[in-house]
Design a protein around this ligand. Structure first.
Ligand code: ATP
Ligand code: MG
Length: 175
């Protein structure tokens, strides 16, 4: 899967619509402290189904919604969209996640309403997703070094691309 485009609106510091095109090759994002580099990486994890507000540096998930500044009022929703090319498929993939104050998150895949689980499963299978080892957040390296054996095992399973299978097994056991 090749992520080609990331669009944000009302997400963290990105109050105005932002459109990031990711061309083939290496893309670098540079800027001074606090300009939103980490927020962009968090947007990518978030749209792929991140459920931990703490890992998004918030107390609750609504903390991803633009909270306002001295000069601009806060927003009532945040929305992140990614567009990707899928290996072996002609159709482009578009995933949207939107959160509204008091209403939680809603997801769409190619315009169809889906469950959070559907999004997480799809990305788990593609060996990417919110917990992909390919996404290395600030402070993550030291977290890996300090991880308990069970947590480290989960990271290895994610890297091996078998976490999707675990979710399916749990699902099957519940039926
Ligand atoms: P560094 O170089 O220090 O790592 P960075 O470019 O990674 O900086 P971020 O951590 O992405 O910066 O952005 C932090 C900024 O985002 C802070 O100014 C913070 O106030 C702002 N921010 C985070 N959440 C929100 C929110 N919900 N509403 C408005 N602004 C927010
Ligand atoms: Mg940062």
């Amino acid at each position: 899967m090749q992520i080609k485009r990331l669009r944000l609106t009302g997400f963290k510091s990105f109050v105005d619509p932002a459109d990031l095109r990711i061309e083939p090759g290496l893309t670098g994002i540079v800027g001074p402290n606090g300009c939103g580099k980490s927020n962009l990486l968090e947007a990518l994890r978030w749209v792929m189904g991140e459920t931990s507000a703490k890992s998004m540096r918030g107390a609750g998930m609504e903390d991803v919604i633009f909270a306002g500044t001295a000069t601009r009022p806060s927003r009532d929703f945040a929305e992140v969209t990614i567009q990707a090319d899928q290996v072996g498929e002609d159709d482009e993939l578009e995933v949207v996640r939107r959160i509204e104050r008091g209403a939680g998150s809603a997801y769409r895949i190619n315009g169809r309403d889906v469950r959070a689980k559907d999004v997480a499963l799809m990305f788990a299978d593609a060996a990417t997703g919110a917990h992909s080892p390919a996404l290395v957040s600030q402070g993550r390296i030291s977290a890996i070094i300090m991880a308990k054996p069970g947590e480290r095992r989960a990271m290895l399973e994610e890297a091996a691309g078998i976490s999707g299978l675990h979710v399916r097994r749990k699902d099957a056991e519940q039926r």
